[in-house]
Ligand binder design. Structure first.
Ligand code: SAJ
Length: 421
């Protein structure tokens, strides 16, 4: 079977490689440099498992800048948020659909993988495909991807899958197709329900994290350790509160809830959760301000611009992705409050403030602000880092470091969500 995967991003490329174990796959992307690099055998994916799979299936995978005739087409182009409309920007899905329509033959299967607002497959993709291909004789389904960045291939294979066709024959055909790569259960449903479920999952996570963030703010006010409180509450068999932090980043959880809300503008909880999570950047910057005010009041006045060193700018631990990272608004807030900002992130090469080596980042700095929970930060030596700094303060927005160890090294430590003195 020949398969054409349109959109070779964080989802499309690993999915194309998984299918290349079973079928001949043509990967399509508008990025000519990416296509040329893939055809030269170069792939810059961060996850070792994706690089290993690429080596394994190279003989059955080629990249192109436009679709070629195939038996089945997967559409995995990005769906960003249109900030003016506060709604999904479907232009790349439209372009992908039209490009597939131009080569589609009667009886072919098309599967929309991109995350979209409910109704998109039925109301936008189906008629557009029919118009471009000049036929109604095709199978069409939505099969959203739900793998966790950082563990993409394992989750793409093991997680349960939703396969929702525009009709029963489409559901059956898409279910057969994914059966070749899926080891988890396949749930057959409608396109509209599959769209809704995918958005529900990320909305659940965003709202739950917003609750954790509000609990953290209250815990700081009432003088308890919010992290311990959440651990203890989670001992209850029907409670599972997520973790507070500096805000929610990444390309999915920050956007997908708004694709649900756009369908019913009267809803309030979803947009409130977004606002709570976005507000955590202000909260983190406020903790830095308070910590430095206390530290400087206890010593001599400082007649220079205080320096804050961000530990981590990736949107979450152990990835290099900085899309929608809370580190960006935090950086801007600190800069506009007059601080010099430096960045240390062993995973990230470029950012609004370019990351530098650890020694350069901490020398004469006044505050460490941990934004990302990279595992490597556990290896930092508090004494060595403290000796290089001008003022020993640490604000940990993730409760990631061992606060006692840093206090023993002379640091004044604030942990977001911990209200104890
Ligand atoms: N975060 C918290 N507290 C938590 C958990 C996460 O503040 O308790 C923050 C993270 O630091 C990060 C953000 O939330 O900034 C999102 O991280 P994440 O690991 O929760 O999710 P993503 O965006 O990397 O991946 C999500 C996943 N969705 C769910 O777990 C429901 C993944 O399975 C989806 O495939 C992916 O979105 C997607 O593509 O939609």
């Amino acid at each position: 079977m020949r398969l054409c995967v349109v959109g070779l991003g964080h989802v499309g490329l690993p999915l194309a490689l998984l299918f290349a174990r079973e079928h001949t796959v043509v990967g399509v992307d508008v990025d000519e440099q990416l296509v040329a690099a893939l055809n030269r055998g170069e792939l810059s994916a961060e996850e070792p498992a994706i690089r290993a799979l690429f080596e394994r299936v190279r003989a059955d995978f080629t990249a192109r800048t436009a679709p070629v005739p195939a038996d089945a087409y997967l559409l995995a182009t990005p769906t960003p948020l249109d900030p003016e409309a506060n709604a999904a920007d479907l232009s790349a899905v439209i372009a992908a659909t039209e490009s597939v329509g131009e080569v589609l033959s009667p009886g072919d299967l098309a599967v929309l993988v991109s995350t979209v607002p409910p109704g998109t497959t039925d109301e936008l993709v189906a008629p557009l495909l029919a118009r471009t291909a000049d036929t109604d004789d095709f199978l069409l389904a939505h099969c959203p991807e739900r793998a966790l960045p950082g563990n993409t291939l394992a989750e793409m294979t093991a997680n349960s899958r939703l396969v929702g066709g525009v009709d029963a024959a489409s559901t059956a055909a898409a279910s057969d197709l994914f059966g070749a790569v899926a080891e988890g259960p396949i749930h057959e449903t409608t396109a509209r329900l599959a769209e809704f479920v995918k958005l529900t999952e990320n909305t659940y996570r965003d709202v739950n994290i917003a609750l954790a963030n509000e609990l953290a703010t209250v815990a700081e006010r009432v003088g308890v350790d919010g992290h311990r409180a959440i651990d203890l509450a989670n001992e209850h068999p029907r409670v599972a509160v997520h973790r507070p932090g500096p805000g929610v980043g990444g390309h999915c959880i920050t956007i997908d809830p708004l694709f649900l809300a756009q369908s019913a503008p009267s809803t309030r909880l979803i947009s409130t959760a977004r606002a709570v999570n976005d507000g955590m950047a202000h909260h983190a910057a406020g903790l830095v301000r308070e910590t430095l005010r206390d530290a400087f009041a206890a010593s001599m006045p400082v007649d220079r611009r205080p320096t804050v060193t961000l530990l981590g700018v990736a949107y979450k631990g152990d990835v290099s992705d900085t899309r929608e990272t809370p580190a960006l608004p935090i950086t801007r807030l600190l800069q506009s409050a007059g601080y010099e900002v430096r960045v240390y992130d062993p995973h990230v090469e470029s950012f609004a403030v370019d990351p530098v080596a650890l020694a350069e980042a901490v020398t004469d700095s006044d505050c460490l602000l941990l934004v990302t929970d990279h595992a490597a930060f556990h290896d930092l030596d508090p004494t060595e880092v403290g000796e290089a700094m001008a003022t020993r303060t640490l604000v940990d927005t993730r409760n990631h470091l061992d606060a006692d160890r840093w206090r023993e090294a002379g640091f004044s430590v604030r942990v977001l969500g911990d209200g104890r003195d």
